[in-house]
Design a protein around this ligand. Structure first.
Ligand code: UDP
Length: 364
């Protein structure tokens, strides 16, 4: 049996890896060795996903988090390199666009171990974003570029990637959503505990550095959500980084009077709050897509998005957090909005396509 080392470290990667790990097991060609870098480590940012989504225990937990991007990525690079030398896998599997993604890809590429990148080809064309740097560089050293959308394939083609290294497989997050959405109803759960009625609240998430590290942008988001909350309940599961920054801005305590600030949610609770929201306001990539999976209108609190097809189809609108009035208007305008009948993210079988491709490619 050939060996695959999978590198994960951050919340969205646990979610994406869950379905691919299951497909690896079902396929039977590979044994999988899971490496958790430790980038996200709070139990509600990490352990909860392993138990809810049935992800196997990591074989290696590197416990690397905090510090500047360079230092964090460097420590991960050294830690992953050691694992790869020891395990000598046939391939390394990485997801998305975090420091863990880049460290896994770079460590493997330097050891001449082929890299498979799930969620390849996404571009914001904003190289100030750490995510953009990570995904562009990871794509560059990958042997298999598993692209979720036609748009992503187009970017890779324009960047000169050989057609036989790019695979349009669909979005693994859609696989996960299809698997779990049916199990989640409006009864009880977080919705009940928070006393919320379906379609009568706004769900917000904010974690991107471009918003959290810029006090002016964070203030616009806070002020806009506070204004909305005067007429419609707003629920905001706070990413630890955002909580810390709101605290240091002195905004946390007063905010608690108007907005339902809650701890980060497990996946199933999050799906429930997404599925029954009136509008989702977010700067998350995954949450933008999930809003669409549940056909909930989305307002993206950024200057640009990688998931452009949702804006084109009318399910998502951009509201750069530079004006309180514009953000409020975008959220109010999104209530009840419907988009076109599009299916840009595949058929929910991305994970088995990825594993099938790796198996046939490595067998040859
Ligand atoms: N998510 C979650 N609980 C939360 C917030 C998000 O389970 O409190 C899930 C969400 O449903 C999605 C993923 O985390 O599947 C998105 O991750 P995140 O927003 O951290 O990163 P991004 O997608 O922007 O890379």
């Amino acid at each position: 049996m050939q060996k695959i080392v999978t590198v994960v470290g951050a919340r969205p990667q646990f979610i994406k890896a869950s379905v691919v790990s299951q497909a690896i097991l079902a396929d039977g060609h590979f044994s999988e060795v899971l490496v958790h870098t430790g980038q996200h480590f709070d139990s509600n940012m990490s352990a909860v996903f392993f138990s809810e989504l049935g992800i196997p225990e990591p074989a290696y937990s590197l416990d690397i988090h905090g510090g500047q991007h360079g230092a964090m990525t460097g420590r991960m690079l050294a830690g992953i390199e050691e694992v790869l030398i020891r395990e000598s896998p046939a391939a390394v599997l990485v997801y998305g666009d975090t420091n863990s993604t880049l460290a896994g890809a770079l460590a493997a590429a330097k050891l001449h171990i082929p890299v498979a990148h799930v969620e390849a080809g996404l571009r914001s064309f904003n190289m100030r974003m750490p995510e953009e740097i990570n995904r562009v560089l990871t794509d560059r050293v990958s042997r298999w570029l598993f692209a979720p959308t036609e748009t992503a394939c187009g970017h890779l083609a324009r960047e000169g990637f050989a057609a036989d290294s790019v695979f349009l497989v669909g979005d693994v997050m859609y696989d996960v959503a299809l698997h779990f959405a049916e199990r989640v109803s409006a009864d009880g759960g977080r919705l009940g505990a928070l006393g919320l009625s379906p379609r009568a609240y706004v769900l917000a998430t904010v974690h991107r550095a471009e918003n959290t590290d810029d006090p002016a942008r964070l203030a616009v988001i806070v002020d806009a959500l506070t204004k909305i909350a005067a007429s419609t309940p707003v629920v905001w599961p706070l990413h630890p980084r955002t909580r810390g920054l709101l605290q240091s801005m002195g905004r946390l305590d007063s905010l608690e009077n108007s907005i339902r600030l809650i701890e980060p949610l497990g996946y199933l609770d999050m799906v429930q709050l997404e599925k029954y929201a009136a509008v989702i306001a977010t700067d998350s990539g995954g949450v933008q897509k999930e809003a669409f999976f549940y056909r909930v209108p989305c307002v993206t609190l950024r200057d640009e998005t990688e998931w452009v097809e949702l804006v084109a189809a009318g399910w998502n609108r951009l509201a750069p957090p530079v004006s309180v009035a514009a953000v409020c208007e975008a959220i109010a305008g999104a209530v009840g909005a419907r988009g076109l009948a599009v299916e840009p993210y595949g058929d929910g079988k991305s994970a088995s396509r990825i594993v099938g491709e790796l198996a046939s490619s490595l067998a040859g």
